[in-house]
Write a protein that binds this ligand. Structure first.
Ligand code: MG
Length: 181
């Protein structure tokens, strides 16, 4: 048994664009996050992969998540046999296991200093933030708010003063020239 890598399911593997479907928590209509299965396929050469989700409290959830994995791995380019091989070599846990690392969309790495409460109150997972460095979408003008979102994403939930926001706003034109030029 090697070290564990723990993956949160919703918001890490599952794009979770439909959110929680309370009528049937085992129903998984959404796509996997891009790169999910290539990542797992690489990571499993180094780690035992444990998938952690509160969905597992529901009857049939593990079966549904396993079927979802096979379906989505194929959509990400794996053939059926490889998809089933990936699915067959992960374990599921309703409790968060002690792991080498846990990937979670709703966690802040604790580094010995407690974060400002505002950073926790205002916390948003990655897919609820502006994602404007995505070059696959047509470039468009960014607003100061967009830039603020990018900054938050890349430097963590640092709070900016109004003065800093003003400077950021002033910088947005220069950045737009770069992005659109
Ligand atoms: Mg999650």
């Amino acid at each position: 048994m090697g070290q564990l890598l723990c993956l949160d399911f919703d918001g890490v593997m599952n794009s979770y664009t439909s959110g929680w479907i309370k009528e049937d928590p085992t129903y998984l209509p959404d796509d996997a996050v891009p790169g999910c299965f290539a990542f797992i396929n690489q990571a499993r050469q180094h780690f035992d992969i444990v998938i952690h989700s509160s969905r597992l409290r529901y009857e049939g959830a593990e079966r549904s998540m396993r079927n979802w994995m096979v379906r989505e791995a194929q959509k990400q380019g794996f053939n059926l046999q490889d998809a089933e091989d990936i699915e067959g070599n992960v374990t599921f846990s309703v409790a968060k296991p002690p792991a080498h690392v846990t990937l979670d969309d709703r966690a802040i790495q604790f580094n010995g200093v407690f974060p400002d409460l505002d950073a926790i109150i205002d916390f948003r997972p990655w897919n609820k933030r502006a994602n404007l460095i995505d070059r696959s979408v047509a470039p468009r003008r960014m607003t100061p708010d967009d830039l603020f979102e990018i900054l938050l994403k890349h430097v963590g939930d640092t709070r900016l003063s109004d003065f800093e926001k003003d400077k950021l706003s002033a910088a947005s034109d220069e950045i737009n020239v770069f992005l659109l030029g």
